[in-house]
Design a protein around this ligand. Structure first.
Ligand SMILES: C[S@@+](CC[C@H](N)C(=O)[O-])C[C@H]1O[C@@H](n2cnc3c(N)ncnc32)[C@H](O)[C@@H]1O
Length: 273
């Protein structure tokens, strides 16, 4: 019997997202510090990667479970928790579209920062997040915004011009950055729109090298960009893609000391249960 490949899992196990996550630690910590986390709060971090938000949540005293579809990132998260001596932080593999291993109403706070947005079947994802949240609890999502002029939406826009059209029926992860879609998905999971609030927030990518070195890190380690370069390479256009991304990263860089600091806008969604 041949194992079927889950393309969603394969995308994130490709490369090594920890190399990009390292540039997102300060913003992860700043965001978590605004969530009113208290000792003993039961927190789920969904699509947690190697723990950019799960680690600071545990450092604030919450009992945190990080769930991610990528086995390499779950392993990296476990290694970070162990290194930091965080016994209140654990990680396990799971799929945001079907969290069957988690009980109903088990978390006070479900965080998903640029995580669940990347799972297919957004209505299933909303239903699962709602199902595992306790009454009176909260869901906080961070979602990139389509056509936003800042970094991540622009990387996607540039990359898509080099990539084949997505398969029929494909729902772009970026649709989670549109308020009407978020309202519709949570409404189907039983949450009235009055319980959902939105604000624009900023994540800053801080990297110790130059903007072009950060482009190279995306090219080597970030699954979606790796795929774009594979597609560009098939048409002999890798240099064009590298050039366009370097121009973008240079234009958006606010650091003047040879390092890189690029702010990117996202939609912060809060759902009150
Ligand atoms: C851009 S990374 C963000 C990781 C982390 N939240 C952070 O802020 O660094 C997207 C994460 O979502 C995870 N992911 C994608 N699809 C998923 C799914 N269906 N279920 C659970 N995790 C998923 C990926 O493996 C990856 O770790």
């Amino acid at each position: 019997m041949t194992a079927t490949t889950n393309p969603n899992k394969a995308l994130w196990e490709k490369g090594d997202f920890t190399r990009i996550a390292e540039s997102m630690r300060e913003s992860g910590e700043a965001l978590v510090s605004k969530l009113g986390i208290t000792e003993g709060l039961q927190v789920l971090d969904l699509g947690c990667g190697d723990g950019t938000t799960a680690v600071p949540a545990a450092q604030l005293g919450a009992d945190v479970l990080g769930v991610d579809i990528a086995s390499n990132l779950v392993a990296a998260g476990k290694a970070r928790a162990e290194e930091l001596g965080l016994t209140n932080l654990s990680f396990q593999e799971g799929d945001a579209t079907d969290l069957n291993e988690l009980d109903h109403k088990s978390f006070d706070l479900v965080i998903s920062i640029f995580g669940a947005m990347f799972a297919p079947k957004p209505f299933d994802v909303a239903r699962e997040m709602v199902r595992v949240t306790k009454p009176g609890g909260r869901i906080v999502m961070g979602n990139w915004i389509p056509n936003d002029p800042t970094l991540v939406a622009q990387i996607l826009k540039i990359s898509s011009a080099y990539s084949p059209p997505p398969p029929e029926g494909f729902v772009s992860p970026m649709t989670w950055g549109v308020e009407e879609n978020v309202i519709e998905r949570f409404a189907e999971a039983g949450v009235p729109k009055e319980q959902i609030s939105f604000e624009r927030d900023t994540y800053t990518f801080n990297y110790p090298g130059t903007p072009s070195e950060l482009v190279t890190a995306f090219r080597r380690y970030y699954g979606p960009t790796m795929n774009a370069f594979d597609a560009a390479g098939a048409n002999g256009r890798e240099d064009d893609l590298q050039g366009e991304l370097e121009t973008l990263f240079d234009e958006q860089n606010t650091s003047e000391d040879g390092t890189t600091s690029i702010p990117a806008t996202f939609l912060r969604v809060t759902v009150d249960r």
